[in-house]
Design a protein around this ligand. Structure first.
Ligand code: ZN
Length: 135
């Protein structure tokens, strides 16, 4: 079951510069920064009520974020839904004909197990499923 929008992922060219703007805009400070080497990203999280904003900066030129910025420029990169049981959701969505980029959950930032759906099966929107670890 998808329970809520957990966060919006936003691709930025420079995380420090973007953080200054978002901290002022949202009136709150970043609560966590984290690098995910396997994805070639640096992340920074801000909490807004029940939801979060995840800023994403490429940590190397072959990062998916570097490619996204090259093609589309800075902007909304993905929508992440909180799920109760990520393996059950992967199985359900696969059986419904969705194409998963990750067919088994992998470690993501912010203490999550994650899996991405391929945008070609979701109307060009990159969708992330995430499950809090140990919940
Ligand atoms: Zn995300």
């Amino acid at each position: 079951m998808l329970r809520k929008i957990e966060h919006l992922g936003i691709a930025v060219a420079n995380i420090e510069e973007s953080l200054m703007m978002y901290e002022t805009l949202l009136g709150t400070n970043c609560y966590k920064t984290e690098s995910v080497e396997s994805e070639g990203v640096k992340t920074a999280f801000l909490q807004v009520g029940e939801s979060k904003i995840e800023l994403l900066e490429a940590s190397n030129p072959s990062s998916p974020i570097a490619k996204f910025l090259e093609k589309k420029g800075p902007g909304i990169h993905h929508i992440a839904f909180d799920v109760e049981n990520i393996e059950a959701e992967i199985a359900r969505l696969t059986s419904q004909g969705f194409e998963l980029i990750h067919t088994t959950p992998k470690d993501g930032a912010d203490n999550k197990l994650i899996a991405f759906l391929h945008p070609k099966s979701t109307g060009s929107i990159l969708i992330e499923l995430c499950q809090e670890k140990n919940s």
